[in-house]
Design a protein. Structure first.
Ligand SMILES: NC(=O)c1ccc[n+]([C@@H]2O[C@H](COP(=O)([O-])OP(=O)(O)OC[C@H]3O[C@@H](n4cnc5c(N)ncnc54)[C@H](O)[C@@H]3O)[C@@H](O)[C@H]2O)c1
Length: 345
């Protein structure tokens, strides 16, 4: 297939780009190169004849039309987004613009491109979204694809809005879409403002490791390469018009996750005192969702997909990757807002 990937210079998008090229697909990476982007994430495929890069904003209809007309993809995988909840609290405007207006613009561009191509049944618009659209769970229960939407942060509200637009374009215009909602990703090339890289890098530098509230929030953690694999599975075998929840089957409280990372660093970079001594509880994020958990029954039974990496294994690989790749993360620490406490409202 020829796949147009939006946001392919970001964390998950770049994993999709690398995996799609490895599987023999042609990939066009459309990315605006915001603060969260890093072309080094796709350096391993940059010279491949299967790879092309286009710098463009998904809100720029003329630019998107032009890219679609020139490359004529068989599918669009839409990952471009503003993705950091704390930034959405301080500045929701960029989230409304990219996640809602940008998705609308991309849908309209995709619809007219699909019309111009003779409305092929095989075309796919794959919208990549988050489990955060479902809101917050108590101690029990899991999100299914039928759980009502209940987003509670500007980020999750903007993603929920984009999901609704994608479904509306399928129902109203017949655009062949698939949707996925997945849990928290982690792994190599994770931008150093998100929890796991912050913990690793602060611990390495002997700085306080911030844990929001009491550290009791529970997330389901999905290794990013497993996510990329699930996305390509849904793209190629998912039923048109259907959405699939993707989870890692790895629930953990934040404090337990942080403690596991500290233990790995004690093993690989021992210091006089344990790294866990750096853990510092800080004011909680406003509206911090308590727990997310995914019921993965649909993707498992219909598409035979399951995650392959346990949290223990994935964290060990991730910590090793950050220890081996300071040239990747060092320059990113100077980007605007990185290292600052954001989203206290
Ligand atoms: N990170 C997670 O744990 C997670 C979990 C579930 C779903 N998601 C979703 O997966 C997608 C990718 O997430 P990520 O963590 O890789 O994000 P990211 O912030 O690492 O990357 C986003 C990429 O999109 C690009 N981008 C932003 N605005 C753009 C615009 N207007 N036009 C073109 N490109 C633009 C950025 O330059 C960047 O390369 C997002 O849609 C996110 O909502 C993420």
């Amino acid at each position: 297939m020829k796949i147009l990937v939006t946001g392919g210079a970001g964390f998950i998008g770049s994993a999709v780009v690398r995996q799609a090229v490895a599987e023999g697909h042609s990939v066009v990476n459309l990315d605006a190169l915001t603060y969260a982007a890093c072309l080094a994430n796709v350096a391993s495929v940059a010279d491949s004849p299967l790879y092309a890069f286009e710098q463009a904003d998904i809100c720029d209809r003329a630019a998107v039309d032009n890219i679609l007309a020139r490359h004529r993809p068989d599918a669009i995988m839409h990952l471009a987004a503003e993705s950091h909840v704390d930034r959405s609290i301080d500045g929701p405007g960029a989230f409304i613009q990219t996640n809602i207006t940008g998705t609308y613009t991309l849908l309209e561009a995709a619809r007219s491109y699909w019309d111009a191509e003779g409305r092929p049944d095989t075309f796919r618009f794959h919208h990549i979204s988050t489990d955060e659209v479902y809101g917050s769970l108590g101690a029990d229960g899991q999100f299914t694809e039928d759980t009502p939407y209940d987003p509670r942060s500007p980020y999750s509200a903007s993603k929920a809005a984009s999901d609704h637009l994608v479904r509306a374009w399928a129902e109203t215009y017949g655009l062949p879409v698939v949707l996925t909602n997945c849990s928290n990703n982690y792994g190599p090339y994770h931008f150093p403002e998100k929890l796991i890289p912050v913990v690793i890098l602060n611990a390495l530098h002997g700085k306080p490791i911030p844990v929001y509230g009491k550290g009791e929030n529970v997330r389901d953690w999905l290794y990013v390469e497993d996510h990329a694999d699930a996305l390509l599975t849904v793209l190629t075998r998912g039923q048109v018009g259907r959405s699939y929840n993707i989870g890692g089957e790895n629930e953990a409280r934040n404090i337990d996750l942080v403690t596991m990372i500290c233990a790995l660093l004690d093993q690989h970079r021992p210091e006089a005192v344990p790294h866990a001594d750096l853990i510092t509880y800080v004011t909680d994020r406003p509206g911090h969702d308590l727990r997310y958990a995914i019921d993965p029954t649909r993707i498992r039974t219909e598409l035979g997909w399951r995650p392959s990496v346990t949290l223990e294994e994935g964290l060990a690989r991730t910590v090793a990757w950050y220890l081996d790749n300071p040239d990747w993360w060092q320059p990113l620490l100077d980007r605007e807002g990185v290292g600052a406490r954001l989203g206290k409202a």
